[in-house]
Write a protein that binds this ligand. Structure first.
Ligand code: HEM
Length: 517
C-alpha cells in the first residue's frame, strides 16, 4: 500500500512559507514595553507566579490570555514568549546570526562540564556540529542497526524475565537504560550495558542533571555560587560519578585508536572522530571539550527518547483500540519474528510512526526552547533589543486549532492522511518537537529508529494496561517534560511470534508485572 504518511512526514516537509509570511501577530512597530503580559512585582517581576516544575503549562496558559507574543519578567530580565508558528520558525531559522541559545545556558552547562554542541555558539558550535552530524548520519545508522537489535534483545530479555518471575519493574527506568546503552554504543563505541546491570547505575546520576539545568538557567542569580542546597550537592555527586564513567568511555576509545590507526582517518563514532581530529589534525579540541560533548550526547540522547517512549505508553494505555491497531500492524509487518530484524521493516511501520508523531505533538518533551537575541531584531512587528530572552512555546504551537484540526485530541491517523500542504487543518510547520533550522536535533533519526525498535518489540510481545488505582498521569517539567505517576501493567501476548501472529491478541495466563514511576 502506498505510504501516504511519507508525504506528510513532518521532518521531510518543505519549508512551505517564508518565515513570518503568515504571522498573525505582525503589527506595525511596537516596542517591548507595548507587549502585553502578566503584571509583576517591582523587583521580582513574575518570579513568584512561576513554579518551575510547571513552567511550560503556566507559560502556555499565559499565551491563551495574552496572545502568541507576550512578555513577562524573571527579576530584572525581560522574557518574550512566542507561540506563533511562523515566528517560531523565523527565530529557529535565523540562527546563528540573529538568535542564540539563552545566554545563561552556556555558563550553567559549562560549570556542570556539559559544554558541548548543544550550548556552544559561533565557530566552536559549527565545528562540533559537523562532527555530531557525521556521527548520526543515516549511513552510520544503517551500519549501527545490528547493535540496536542487540540492545533491544536485552530489553526484551529483561522484560521476559520479569514476567516469568512476576517481578515488579520500573519501565521508565528501563527505557532510560535502553537509551543510554544505545547512545553509548553508537556515539562512543562503548557498550556500557546498563540493561544487564552494568554501568554503575549511571542512569540514576544522569536523571539528576536536567532538572538542575532548568532550575539554574531560570534562577534570578547564581545562588549556588554562595550556598549549595541539597539538590546542588546531589548534582555535584552525580557529576563526579558520571565523569568517572565517561573517563572509561574515553580511555576505551583511545585504546581502539592506538590499536587501529586507520580509525583516525575513518572514525566509526562521534568520540573517535573528536579524538582523531585532535590527535591527527592537531585540532584545537581540549579534554574539557571532549568530555563536554560526550556528556552532551549522552544527556541529549537519553532522557528525551526515554521520556517520549514513556508518553507513548501513556497514550496506548489510554486508548486500547489504538494499541490493538499498533499490534495488528506489527503482526502484519514482522510476520513470525518477535522484534525488528530488518531496517526496511522499520519503514513499513507507518501506524507506529504516526503514534510517535502524535505523541510528540501533544507531549513534546521539550515544550519550551530557551533562546535569546544576538542583536537588535524586528520580530512580528516588535522591536526586541540585543540580549533579550526569547522562550519559544513549541508544544503550544502544535496544539492550536488553526494548525491541527481537533488539536487537543490524540489522533495518530492525522499523520497517515494525505495533505495537500499546510492548509486543511494539518500544518507540519507547527510541529517542531526536534526544533528547526541549522540547529535542528541531529539525533532525530536515531531517536525515531530507537523508539520504533523498542516499541515494536514491546507491542509484538506484550499488551499493557493502566495499573488499577494508579494516580492520574501528570506532566512534570524539568527542562524536559516527562510523565509523572505513569504506572502500567504488562501482560505477555500469547502465541505471538508464531503462525498465530496477526490474529487479535489474547490476554494470556502469563504473569503480569507492575511498573511505576
Ligand atoms: C525523542 C528524542 C529527542 C528529542 C525530542 C530531541 C529534541 C531536541 C531539540 C528540541 C533540540 C534543540 C533543537 C533546536 O535548537 O532547534 C535538540 C538538539 C540536540 N539534540 Fe536532540 N532530541 C532527541 C534525541 C536526541 C538524540 C538521540 C541525540 C543524540 C544521540 C540528540 C542530540 C542532540 C544534540 C547534540 C543537539 C544540539 C544540536 C545543536 O545545538 O546544534 N537528540 N534535540
Amino acid at each position: 500500500m502506498e505510504t501516504s504518511a511519507q508525504a506528510t512526514c513532518p521532518f521531510h516537509a518543505p519549508s512551505a512559507t517564508k518565515a513570518g509570511e503568515r504571522s498573525t501577530s505582525v503589527h506595525s512597530h511596537r516596542t517591548l514595553k507595548e507587549l502585553p503580559g502578566p503584571d509583576g512585582l517591582p523587583i521580582l517581576g513574575n518570579i513568584l507566579q512561576l513554579d518551575l516544575k510547571q513552567l511550560h503549562s503556566i507559560l502556555e496558559q499565559w499565551a491563551g490570555t495574552y496572545g502568541s507574543i507576550y512578555k513577562f519578567r524573571i527579576a530584572h530580565k525581560t522574557v518574550v514568549a512566542i507561540s506563533d508558528t511562523d515566528l517560531i520558525n523565523e527565530v529557529l531559522r535565523k540562527r546563528p546570526a540573529a538568535y542564540r541559545r539563552l545566554e545563561s545556558i552556556e555558563p550553567v552547562l559549562k560549570e556542570m562540564g556539559i559544554d558541548g554542541v548543544f550550548s556552544a555558539e559561533g565557530e566552536q558550535w559549527l565545528r562540533q556540529r559537523r562532527t555530531a552530524m557525521q556521527a548520526l548520519n543515516t549511513a552510520h545508522l544503517k551500519s549501527f542497526f545490528p547493535t540496536l537489535m542487540k540492545v533491544t534483545e536485552r530489553l526484551k530479555k529483561r522484560w521476559d524475565q520479569a514476567t516469568t518471575d512476576g517481578a515488579s519493574i520500573d519501565v521508565p527506568e528501563d527505557l532510560m537504560r535502553y537509551t543510554i546503552d544505545v547512545t553509548s554504543n553508537l556515539a562512543f563505541g562503548y557498550d556500557v550495558n546498563t540493561l544487564e546491570g552494568k554501568g554503575d547505575d549511571i542512569q540514576r546520576h544522569l536523571e539528576k542533571v536536567f532538572p538542575m539545568v532548568n532550575r539554574r538557567i531560570n534562577a534570578p542569580f547564581p545562588y549556588w555560587h554562595f550556598v549549595k542546597l541539597p539538590a546542588d550537592r546531589a548534582l555535584d555527586d552525580a557529576l563526579v560519578a558520571i565523569r568517572k564513567a565517561l573517563a572509561e568511555f574515553i580511555s576505551h576509545s583511545r585504546e581502539q585508536l592506538a590499536q587501529n590507526p586507520e580509525l583516525a582517518t575513518h572514525p566509526t563514532n562521534f568520540l573517535e572522530a573528536m579524538l582523531a581530529a585532535r590527535d591527527v589534525d592537531g585540532a584545537d579540541i581540549t579534554d574539557e571539550e571532549i568530555f563536554g560533548n560526550v556528556l552532551t550526547m549522552l544527556i541529549g540522547g537519553e532522557d528525551s527518547t526515554a521520556a517520549t517512549m514513556a508518553w507513548m505508553l501513556h497514550f496506548l494505555t489510554e486508548y486500547p483500540d489504538i494499541q490493538l491497531r499498533v499490534q495488528q500492524e506489527l503482526d502484519e509487518v514482522l510476520g513470525p519474528v518477535n522484534m525488528l530484524h530488518d531496517m526496511r521493516d522499520a519503514e513499513r511501520l507507518r501506524y507506529l510512526e504516526a503514534v510517535s508523531f502524535e505523541t510528540m505533538r501533544l507531549k513534546s518533551v521539550f515544550p519550551i526552547l530557551f533562546l535569546g537575541t544576538n542583536k537588535d531584531v524586528e520580530l512580528g512587528g516588535v522591536h526586541i533589543p540585543e540580549g533579550t530572552a526569547i522562550f519559544l512555546l513549541t508544544r503550544k504551537c502544535g496544539m492550536q486549532e488553526r494548525e491541527f484540526t481537533a488539536a487537543d485530541q490524540f489522533q495518530p491517523e492525522r499523520w497517515l492522511a494525505s495533505h495537500g500542504g499546510q492548509e486543511g487543518g494539518h500544518n507540519p510547520k507547527a510541529f517542531v518537537p526536534f526544533g528547526a533550522g541549522p540547529r535542528l536535533c541531529p539525533g532525530r533519526n536515531l531517536a525515531l529508529l530507537e523508539m520504533k525498535s523498542a516499541m515494536a518489540m514491546l507491542f509484538r510481545n506484550f499488551s499493557i494496561e493502566k495499573m488499577e488505582g494508579a494516580k492520574p498521569v501528570d506532566e512534570h517539567f524539568g527542562f524536559l517534560m516527562a510523565p509523572k505517576n505513569l504506572a502500567v501493567t504488562f501482560r505477555r501476548r500469547t502465541q505471538c511470534g508464531s503462525q498465530e501472529a496477526g490474529r487479535a491478541e489474547v490476554l494470556g495466563s502469563c504473569s503480569a508485572m507492575t511498573v511505576g514511576a
